[in-house]
Design a protein around this ligand. Structure first.
Ligand code: ACO
Length: 326
């Protein structure tokens, strides 16, 4: 009997403070920075984002999303035998945010835990690793989380980046099953593009060496993203012996509506087949795909038995796709 991995529950959490483009523009104006709702919506599709309170860390958001996913899967936290947290904004340099989450969830069964660092591709990377560990027999019930407090690494004096990102978390429970769930995965990276999207600082000798804030060459990221995403999706389809027309829903990394719709066009998918949450969440990096998936499941868009293509792209440069049946 084949072992598959299936998503049996999804959950998400957004910090309560919602900031519209107009509110952000008004706040930036007090520091002499000009932007507008019109500019942000036209270039990105973003209308609002959520920001965490100063004392809230990534594991706090991850905890709430995880509780929702566990409830949806109808299992207890203690049933989990592996935790992977995709994040670029961990609580600490170490230990992992996954270890902190394990403790907050009260899981005392000694299950392995680790963080996945692939920036905005983090969730598709984490899901791929979880799928492999289930198929190899190393795990049976995995909690896969994407959690970010990107507001902590934004330069609010750089209008080209600070309007793009938000905070949030999404989670799934992935379980071993005799029914197909994850059908194919495809991961890539090209480390020659490190500089186009990075937080270049590091901690050394008790100090932060270099900048601890995000910097991005937006146009370079845009060009690379639109060049790779449809290819990764097609490669996953080929592995599963499926066609573009078999995709019921495309759930791309929610960074920019123009990138998302360009990928859909290349895959010959109608815009109605694309799950869009970037308008309300901004770019939440590794949290964006599980946040969008949970939104689509709970709103009744994505139904059991439908085929969903997840795809991520981000710093590294990293990218990938996961094709699955819900
Ligand atoms: N408000 C108003 N004007 C602005 C703003 C702003 N917030 N930001 C930049 N501008 C100005 C620029 O200064 C420039 O002015 P100029 O013509 O006088 O020099 C003008 O707007 C155009 O700037 P561009 O950078 O050319 O704008 P572009 O159309 O490329 O849009 C954007 C910028 C939205 C960042 C786009 O390049 C983009 O979306 N890139 C992809 C970014 C992305 O998706 N990143 C995330 C992927 S990976 C991850 O998620 C971590």
């Amino acid at each position: 009997m084949s072992i598959y991995s299936r998503i049996t529950g999804t959950g998400s959490y957004l910090p309560p403070r919602r900031v519209t483009n107009d509110e952000l523009a008004a706040e930036m104006a007090t520091r002499g920075l000009e932007t507008s709702d019109e500019w942000i919506v036209e270039r990105t599709g973003i209308k609002a984002r959520h920001f965490a309170a100063p004392d809230v860390v990534a594991s706090d958001l991850a905890l709430e999303a995880s509780k929702n996913a566990l409830q949806a899967a109808n299992i207890q936290a203690s049933d989990i035998d592996l935790i992977i947290v995709a994040t670029s904004t961990p609580d600490m340099v170490f230990p992992s945010t996954a270890a902190i989450l394990q403790n907050k969830l009260g899981i005392a069964n000694g299950c392995p835990v680790f963080d996945m660092q692939a920036v905005c591709s983090g969730f598709v990377y984490a899901l791929t690793v979880a799928d492999s560990m289930i198929k190899s027999g190393s795990a049976k019930r995995v909690l896969v989380v994407g959690a970010e407090v990107f507001s902590r690494i934004l330069d609010f004096n750089d209008r080209t980046t600070c309007v793009l990102f938000g905070d949030g978390a999404g989670a799934v429970v992935l379980e071993a099953s005799d029914k197909p769930g994850i059908l194919a995965t495809e991961l890539h990276a090209d480390g020659s593009h490190v500089d186009i999207l990075c937080v270049p600082g590091n901690v050394s000798g008790g100090q932060v060496i270099g900048s601890p804030l995000l910097r991005m060459d937006g146009q370079a990221v845009f060009k690379l993203a639109v060049g790779v995403l449809d290819k990764a999706a097609r490669a996953a389809l080929e592995k599963a012996k499926m066609q573009e027309a078999d995709i019921d829903w495309l759930i791309p990394h929610q960074a920019n509506l123009r990138i998302m719709m360009s990928t859909a066009r290349k895959l010959k998918l109608a815009p109605e087949k694309v799950v869009v949450t970037v308008d309300q969440h901004g770019n939440t990096s590794a949290a964006s795909i599980p946040l969008a998936l949970d939104h689509a499941v709970r709103s009744g868009q994505v139904k059991p038995g439908q085929n969903v293509m997840l795809e991520g792209v981000g710093g590294g440069f990293t990218w990938g796709a996961v094709l699955l049946t819900m």
